[in-house]
Structures are given as structure tokens and as C-alpha cells.
Design a protein around this ligand. Structure first.
Ligand SMILES: [Zn+2]
Length: 446
């Protein structure tokens, strides 16, 4: 049995006290107070590299908003960030959000590599991942829900807020509606009723009881059959971590629910790659206290970051497909070879657009997929001409729709010849620079 060690919390007072007796940090603090970077000796040169970001505040050396941790407390801070055995990357992300010290990444890497509980819990295959879908614009309006079965047949009801990526994990006796209803009611009374809950089509979500429950609570129940690869990968990673928890718990002899909670606490505080912010902050608008040392965010700062995260998500979900558009559909992963064509030969016509869920039909099938599966069929000017793909940002430019002279070749267009048009994206319109040899011909005075 591997020994389970729960580190004690690191308070700001303790950091200040340890800073006071840390010889290196005292040299750094003096150099900061005097504004003399050259006073930092070679053996602690990492401080010298970030000298402009450093300040001294209430006995703490700060790098921006992050606290510089004295060497005596570094291991304990890493232990706290690794509680619940998040992987190396997420442990680093969580630490970077609140603290800094020289060689932090290397130390985390070594710590996680040497973590016995992690070592004996290397991941194996897990069941079907939680199906997540398009990105909503507000927190707790759209949720994805699924079960995860621990190897001892304990069922976990896993609920994820699609916006903030805040996960809720509740053990249930079985997947029978009776138990699920009880647990879900609990969650909805704590966090509120969302607009939509998405599940797969398995029991108990496919029964009448669940539909009646949705009607009574007032959320729309969507059974999702289409996949959204990016989000699915993410959900799969989450589920894989849950299965790792089960193994670390049995290896360390700790009650697995204690470990699930340790893991969830850190997961919710770790900036999420999809949003750049911790799930807790996106859902509640504030960061709950954690066992890690943390300084409070300034109000304006986090509101701005939340706004930026929301803008980022909106950009991600943008597509420009409309009913009537002709589109090609990407082949299913199992039919894909390494060589083109990656798309089905027969085009589809879009018949319905519901957010990022696109329904399209051709002579053989009607399909509903995420917009990322479709590419608009390029507009062909005239079959005999040297046709080219129309770059999406140019579609709105008022140029004659069918020029009788093919335009001069432009590198980007020639590359695309014969291929499917690139997907509409949100990048800025292409800038065309005037060649140097022509610039002197024009004198512009503004
Ligand atoms: Zn570990």
C-alpha cells in the first residue's frame, strides 16, 4: 500500500515568515527595494530575468500577482497543487495561476514523475466519453451529463457545465431513474435549473420518466447523437482522470470519494485550456479560497478576463452555414485513410441550422452533425476557366460574381486549387502589401 500524505495548507503569514529566513529571497528583496538588478547573483539568475515584474509586498516577494515561494515551502505547494492527482500539465497550470519560483516546471515534472500513486495508476481505456456540444454564451445554461462506472460498479453521475467546464460528480447507486432523479434534483436545487441538459441516448435518459422530469423541472432534454470531436476529447480526458482516481485511491488506501473531492477542488481552480480561466471563476464570478496561497483578483480584472473568455468561445462556435448552402461532409473517422479525399464525394444541401448543429441532405442520406464536419462547396465561376477557391473573407467584397478573366495567380489561391474551400473562420481580412518597386509611384499625404 502506498502511503497517503495530505499536506497542510500554506498561509500567507507562513510564506512571509519563510521569506524572511530565506537567504536568496532576502537578496532579491533588497535588490528590488534598491532597484538594482545587478545585485542579484548568478546562482539565482531566474529572478534577474524577471526583475521588472518583481515587487515586495507585506513581506512577500511577488511576481506580478503571483507569490514567490521560498525554497522551504516549494515542495509543499507542489503537493497541494497535485492533490487529487491531476496530471503534470494541470498541476503546472494551477501553480502558475498563483505562485512562482525558479525551476517550478522542472520541479513539478519531477514531483509528478515520482508520485507513486500516479505511477501505479497509468491510464487504461475507459467507456464512452461524455458527449459535449456547442458552446453556450452563459454559465450553467447548457449542461452535458453522463455516467462513469468505477471498476467496483459504483456509478458516478457526471455533469459538466458546457460554458465554464465546471464539473459536478455525484455517486449514485445505479443508473435507474429513481436514483438519478434524486441526485439530479439535488444538483439543480443547488446550482439552478439550466436551459438545456444534453445526454446520450442510453438509459435512463431514453425513458418517459426522464422526459416527464425534464418537463416538470423546466429544462429541455436533448439526446445527442452527433459528435463534436474537440469537446469529446476533452471530456474523454476528464473521464480518464476519474478512472485514474479510482486506481490511486485503491493504491493509497484512501476513500475514493475523498480523492474525487481533492481532484475536483483543484480541477475547478485550474485555468481551463478552453477558456483560459478556472471553471469556478467562470461559474461563480469569483475564485473560492483554496489550500494554495492566493491573492484576491481585482474585480475589474476578472470581469475583463471573463468577457474575453466569452468572446473567445463565441468565435469558436461561429460558422457561416445557412439553410440552402451546398456543403461537403467530412468522412467518418473509421472511413478515413491517410490520403485524400477526406470528404464524401456527393455534396449535401443544408436543411436546418440549430446553433452549431447542422442538418443536411443529399440523394442518399439526411445527417445531423456539428458544423465542423462540413465545408461549404466552393463557388465555381465558369467551368472552363481557371477556377479558384473563394476565400471566405472575400465573399462579402463587392466584386463582379463571374469575372471573365481569371485573376492573376496569388500564392494562397494557387495552393488551394482543386481542393475544398477552407472553412470560414474569423481571421482578419487578408492584407495586401504594395510591392516595394511600386511604392514610390504613389505619394499619399494624410
Ligand atoms: Zn499523483
Amino acid at each position: 500500500m502506498i502511503e497517503h500524505h495530505s499536506p497542510s495548507i500554506v498561509s500567507l503569514t507562513e510564506i512571509a515568515a519563510a521569506t524572511l529566513i530565506d537567504a536568496d529571497l532576502q537578496i532579491v528583496a533588497d535588490a528590488i527595494n534598491e532597484g538594482k538588478r545587478y545585485k542579484i547573483p548568478q546562482h539565482i539568475s531566474p529572478y534577474s530575468k524577471i526583475f521588472n515584474e518583481l515587487t515586495v509586498n507585506d513581506g512577500l516577494v511577488m511576481r506580478g500577482k503571483r507569490i514567490c515561494i521560498p525554497s522551504a515551502l516549494q515542495t509543499r505547494v507542489i503537493e497541494l497543487a497535485h492533490e487529487g492527482h491531476q496530471g503534470e500539465i494541470r498541476t503546472k497550470q494551477l501553480l502558475r495561476s498563483c505562485v512562482w519560483f525558479p525551476d517550478m516546471d522542472k520541479q513539478v515534472q519531477k514531483f509528478v514523475k515520482d508520485c507513486a500513486a500516479c505511477l501505479v495508476s497509468q491510464s487504461t481505456k475507459t467507456r464512452t466519453p461524455l458527449v459535449m456540444s456547442k458552446m453556450p454564451e452563459k454559465a450553467w445554461t447548457e449542461l452535458s451529463m453522463d455516467f462513469y462506472t468505477f471498476p467496483d460498479f459504483t456509478e458516478l453521475l457526471v455533469i459538466m457545465d458546457d460554458f465554464s467546464r465546471f464539473p459536478v460528480v455525484v455517486p449514485t447507486q445505479s443508473t435507474a431513474f429513481k436514483f438519478v432523479k434524486e441526485k439530479l434534483s439535488d444538483v439543480l436545487s443547488t446550482f439552478g435549473v439550466p436551459v438545456v441538459i444534453r445526454t446520450d441516448n442510453g438509459p435512463p435518459f431514453n425513458g418517459k420518466d426522464f422526459a416527464a422530469f425534464a418537463g416538470r423541472m423546466g429544462f429541455k432534454h436533448r439526446k445527442v447523437t452527433y459528435a463534436w470531436p474537440e469537446a469529446n476529447g476533452e471530456a474523454e480526458r476528464f473521464m480518464r482522470t476519474l478512472s485514474k482516481i479510482f486506481r490511486t485511491a485503491s493504491a493509497t488506501g484512501v476513500d475514493w470519494m475523498v480523492q474525487v473531492n481533492d481532484f475536483l477542488r483543484n480541477y475547478r481552480l485550474t485555468p481551463h485550456p478552453a477558456t483560459g480561466l478556472p471553471p469556478s471563476e467562470l461559474l461563480f464570478g469569483r475564485l473560492p479560497s483554496s489550500r494554495l496561497p492566493h491573492l484576491r483578483q481585482h474585480d475589474g480584472d476578472y470581469k475583463r478576463r471573463i468577457q474575453e473568455a466569452a468572446d473567445k468561445r463565441r468565435r469558436v462556435q461561429e460558422h457561416y452555414l445557412q439553410v440552402g448552402d451546398k456543403v461537403f461532409r467530412r468522412k467518418e473517422a473509421k472511413l478515413l485513410n491517410k490520403t485524400p479525399p477526406f470528404y464524401e464525394e456527393e455534396a449535401y444541401v443544408v436543411t436546418n441550422v440549430n446553433g452549431s448543429a447542422i442538418t443536411a441532405r443529399n440523394s442518399r442520406h439526411t445527417v445531423t452533425c456539428n458544423s465542423s464536419f462540413f465545408r461549404k462547396v466552393p463557388v465555381v465561376c465558369k467551368p472552363a476557366l481557371d477556377c479558384f477557391d473563394i476565400a471566405p473573407e472575400e465573399e462579402d467584397v463587392p466584386v463582379p460574381p463571374c469575372p471573365y478573366e481569371a485573376p492573376p495567380p496569388i500564392a494562397g489561391r494557387r495552393r488551394n486549387r482543386g481542393r475544398i474551400a477552407v472553412a470560414p473562420h474569423s481571421s482578419a481580412p487578408r492584407q495586401r502589401n504594395v510591392p516595394v518597386r511600386l511604392r514610390n509611384d504613389f505619394v499619399l499625404n494624410f
